[in-house]
Design a protein around this ligand. Sequence first.
Ligand code: ZN
Length: 319
Amino acid sequence: MEKYNCKEQQMLEFTYKNSGDPIRFPVGTVYGAQDGPTLVVVGGMHGSEFCGIQAAIDVFQKTDPAKLRGKLVVTTIYNMPAFQNHLGFLVPQDGKNPMRTFPGFLEGTYGEVMAYYFWNSVLKDDPDFVIELHGGDIPERLEPFISVTVTGDKAMDDKIEEMAQAYNISCLVHTPIATRNAAPLGSMFGKLIARGIPAMLTEAGGEGILDMDFAKIHYDGITNVMKKMGMIDGELVDTVERLDMTYHGAIRNETQGMWYPFVKLRQMVKKDEIVGEIRDYFGNKIKDITSPIDGMITVVRTSPSVGVPQVLLELHHVN
Ligand SMILES: [Zn+2]
C-alpha cells in the first residue's frame, strides 16, 4: 500500500554476480500528504559532479512531506564507485561511461548491471518526470545548460520543454532524440524518453568542486519543476533569459599532448576560428584547434591533461 506524509531513506543493495561486488544506490523517498505526480531525481550519474549531488541531497532534506502532493524519489549518487574514487566520467570497475549503459543488462559488465538494477528498481514504476543531474566533471568548466531532447512527438516535446523552461537555466540545448538513442545502450534520460517518460539532463558546476551557487541552480530548478507540476506551492525562481540553442556537439582531441584553450564560456566563435591549441610536452605547438561552426562555447576543458579522443570543448548553434 502506498504511504502518505512521511520520508524514508534507504541504501538499495544488489550484487554483481561475476565478482560478488556490491552495487549500491542511496535512495530517499518523500511521500506527500496528498496524491499527485511522481518525480524522480537522479544525482551523481557521474560520481564527481558534486553540485548535482548536493542539490539532490538538499531537495530530499528540505522537502516537507506535509506540504507535498505526490511523491519525490531522490537518488543522491548513482555512480557510487566513481564518487568514492574521485573519478571523472566513468564507472571504475569497467571503464564505461554510465551514459552509455542504459537500460543495462543482467549479463553485462559491472556498469551495465548497475544500470539494469537501477532501471528495474528505482525506475520500474513509470514516474511522471525524471531529472538527471550533472555538474561538469573534474577537468571541465561549463555554462549551466539543459539537454532538451526533441522527439517529434508534440505531447512529449511540450512536456520536456515546459520543464526545461521552468528550470531557470539560460542555455536550452535542443537535441534530436536520434543523437541520444542511436545505440542499444545509452543515457538514462534518453532511454526513458524512448520509453515514453519525459526526462531531461541538467548541468551546473564543474572542476570537481562543490560550489554551492551551482548547487543552488539545480535546487531552484528542481523545486521550480515541482511547483510547475503542482507538487508544491510557491512562485518560480525566474531570473535568467532563456537561449534557444540547437545541439552541435564536442570538439574531440586527436593528438597526444597538452591542451591550451583560448576561449571562455558563452563566447561566440566563428567557423574556422582558432579556439585553442595542443602543445607537446616541451611547450611547442603541435596543432591549432579550430571551431567547426559558428556557435557558442558551453563547455571548456580547463585542464591541460587530455587524452585521445577526449572532449576539448563543446559548442552549439544559437537560434
Ligand atoms: Zn556528467
